[in-house]
Design a protein around this ligand. Structure first.
Ligand SMILES: Cc1cc2nc3c(=O)[nH]c(=O)nc-3n(C[C@H](O)[C@H](O)[C@H](O)COP(=O)(O)O)c2cc1C
Length: 351
């Protein structure tokens, strides 16, 4: 357990506008990481190793993309006990994202709605931050999540992904191709049959070239939405395998408001995350596992608020899990709680 109990910090943070609270937290982490003061919040890492996509994950709980879009706090976030951290989504050029306010809490539902729209400082700043971090040297796994600029027409999306892939390739343990944010116009259309086939075919060919050039084959993961029916999931699964993708990250936020109807902010546009997305994400994971067979890596994300939720993802078919919104509601202790629950689940001990 960290020195600063989150129960004390949370009322203060929840008194602030959500994006201000986020920026303040990230700023503090960026200042503290790598200094002796890191002790104030750092957690030991629960060991629960797994080999996946040719990588050695020291435990099965990771940070989901979007919390550290600019890769400013890789070491600070790593100190919370994550076995792996995914940063981004980064786009080729810096962009401001959507107008504020664009992030909302739904505390009754342990949920958030965001329509940030890939606000980020662009590839160059991202890579400078990635290269400063010592996280990978400690045997932890770093995922770099890539996207497209809002100003790039969807017909030219592939060129943005290629630019990002080329640039991040030497610095990543794995790369996630994000085609499922609801906050960039038409992005999710890239999950459609032909569009996905074209995009993944091109990325796969470029990866083959990069693998030769760098003498290292970096795994490519694809991140998908929870708002897909079973037939769509099956086509996506077949397309991932056809193009030799190495894993799937399931899922992103949902555009559905079914679970939060009538609650304050429920009608805000954007992606809903947290507890209400757990079941929808787990359904997609189950369908993916059925379609992909037992060996294809699945990274389960969406709605983990407890150790039991993390276990539900593994039982649905995920190999490892990621957390974002749960961290806001439960604080850093959730990381160890989830990792321990998975460790005990594996050894068959009661939770
Ligand atoms: C504020 C916010 C920003 C996010 N930004 C990104 C992003 O840039 N890229 C991405 O792939 N996912 C992004 N996500 C989605 C999360 O990585 C995750 O897939 C989703 O929130 C479901 O997990 P959770 O319920 O644990 O939050 C974002 C989520 C939130 C709440």
């Amino acid at each position: 357990m960290s020195l600063l109990p989150y129960a004390l910090a949370r009322p203060f943070l929840f008194g602030l506008d959500p994006e201000t609270a986020h920026e303040l937290t990230m700023h503090s982490l960026a200042r503290l990481q790598g200094t002796p003061l890191e002790w104030a919040y750092c957690n030991g890492m629960v060991g629960d190793p797994v080999e996946l996509a040719g990588l050695h994950f020291p435990n099965r709980v990771g940070l989901a993309a979007g919390l550290d879009k600019n890769a400013r706090c890789i070491d600070g976030l790593g100190a919370l006990g994550f076995g792996f951290v995914e940063v981004g989504t980064v786009t080729p050029k810096a962009q401001p994202g959507n107008p504020k306010p664009r992030m909302f809490r739904l505390p009754r539902a342990n949920a958030l709605i965001n329509r940030l729209g890939f606000n980020n400082d662009g590839l160059e700043a991202f890579l400078a931050n990635v290269q400063r971090a010592s996280f990978r040297k400690k045997g932890r796994i770093l995922g770099l999540n890539i996207g497209k600029n809002a100003a790039t027409p969807i017909e030219n999306a592939t060129s943005d992904y290629l630019l990002c892939l080329e640039a991040v390739y030497p610095h990543a343990d794995y790369v996630t191709v994000n085609i499922s944010s609801p906050n960039t116009k038409n992005l999710r259309a890239l999950q459609g049959d032909e569009a996905l086939d074209g995009l993944l075919g091109t990325l796969s060919a470029r990866r083959a070239r990069l693998a030769k050039q760098h003498s290292r084959r970096v795994p490519l993961f694809v991140k998908i939405a929870p708002d897909l029916d079973e037939a769509q999931v099956q086509v996506i699964a077949a397309t991932l395998q056809r193009h030799e993708m190495d894993g799937v990250v399931a899922t992103n936020t949902t555009i559905s408001r079914e679970a939060v109807k009538g609650q304050p902010h429920a009608e805000e546009a954007g992606g809903l995350s947290g507890a209400p997305v757990l079941e929808a994400s787990n359904r997609v994971i189950r369908q993916l596992r059925a379609a992909l067979g037992k060996d294809f890596p699945i990274i389960g994300v969406g709605g983990i608020l407890s150790g039991a939720d993390a276990v539900s993802k593994i039982e649905a078919g995920a190999d490892v899990v990621q957390i974002y919104t749960g961290l806001i509601y439960r604080g850093p202790d959730l990381v160890a709680e989830a990792a321990r629950a998975l460790q005990q689940h594996r050894s068959g001990a009661p939770e």
